[in-house]
Design a protein around this ligand. Structure first.
Ligand code: 13P
Length: 251
């Protein structure tokens, strides 16, 4: 059985004091941890502080990016080992904001995934189509191309550990969430790609989240679908009560 994974992506929000206030206000979720995994991904500036405070409450912490090298002359970048050394378990890679605003290619994302796995970090790989791509019937093709490019040469065991987040770009931060049926349908397409590429066993293990305007009011409905194993939440993850009620949508 796949354990649901509910993850907060804070994006470029919260100063250190604001992050500390969230950590203090967030409930201890250890009593839920048999049933749901809870993850918070803050910006780098508060990652270590949040990791210290939230790990004690049964919440795993993840980074929002990494640079695919061990160390060296990469001004402004952060290595997988640095992330790992402060207690992070996850790293979000291939988010559409990085693909579209910062021009990240599938090849570059693939390098990052390899480095993350090499250092024991679990990637949360984001895939998803733009509105234009959806309207021209390319959703399946776009997601498959992103999966193929980003997971190139990743062996079966590592692929099974990787979390995928299906995030339609048009649903991110817009309040226009994908219908539960559309999300389930595309996530099934993603799972079928894993069947074809890695076989039934791996496909049955990989956890696939939905992301895009997830809120306390709609989280449980997504979680009722057979192939949706969690949520990746932006705006509605910034307040402890709102995020906690989304986490509880997985119970
Ligand atoms: P919103 O929940 O704000 O739509 O953001 C989704 C997202 O991009 C999470 O990675």
């Amino acid at each position: 059985m796949r354990k649901p994974i509910m993850a907060a992506n804070w994006k470029m929000n919260k100063t250190l004091p604001e992050a500390a206030a969230f950590a203090q206000g967030m409930a201890d979720v250890r009593s839920l941890s048999d049933k749901v995994e809870t993850v918070v991904c803050p910006p780098f500036t508060c990652l270590a502080a949040v990791a210290d405070a939230l790990t004690a409450k049964g919440i795993a912490v993840g980074a929002q990016n990494l640079y695919p090298a061990d160390k060296g002359a990469f001004t402004g970048e952060v290595s997988p080992e640095m992330i790992r050394s402060i207690g992070c378990v996850y790293v979000i890679l291939g988010h559409s904001e990085r693909r579209h605003i910062l021009g990240e290619s599938n090849g570059f994302i693939n390098e990052k995934i390899k480095k993350a796995l090499e250092h024991g970090l679990i990637p949360i790989l984001c895939v998803g189509e733009t509105l234009e791509e959806r309207q021209s019937g390319k959703t399946k093709e776009v997601c498959e191309t992103q999966l193929e490019g980003s997971l190139k040469e990743i062996p079966k065991e590592a692929a099974a550990r990787t979390v995928v987040a299906y995030e339609p770009v048009w649903a991110i931060g817009t309040g226009v969430n994908a219908s539960v049926q559309d999300a389930q349908e595309t996530i099934l397409t993603v799972r079928n790609w894993f069947v074809q590429t890695y076989g039934q066993e791996t496909a049955a293990q990989v956890r696939i989240q939905y992301g895009g305007s997830v809120k306390p009011e709609n989280a449980a409905e997504y979680m009722s679908q057979p192939d949706i194993d969690g949520a990746l939440v932006g705006g509605a993850s910034l307040e402890p009560d709102s995020f906690l009620s989304i986490v509880k949508g997985a119970l």
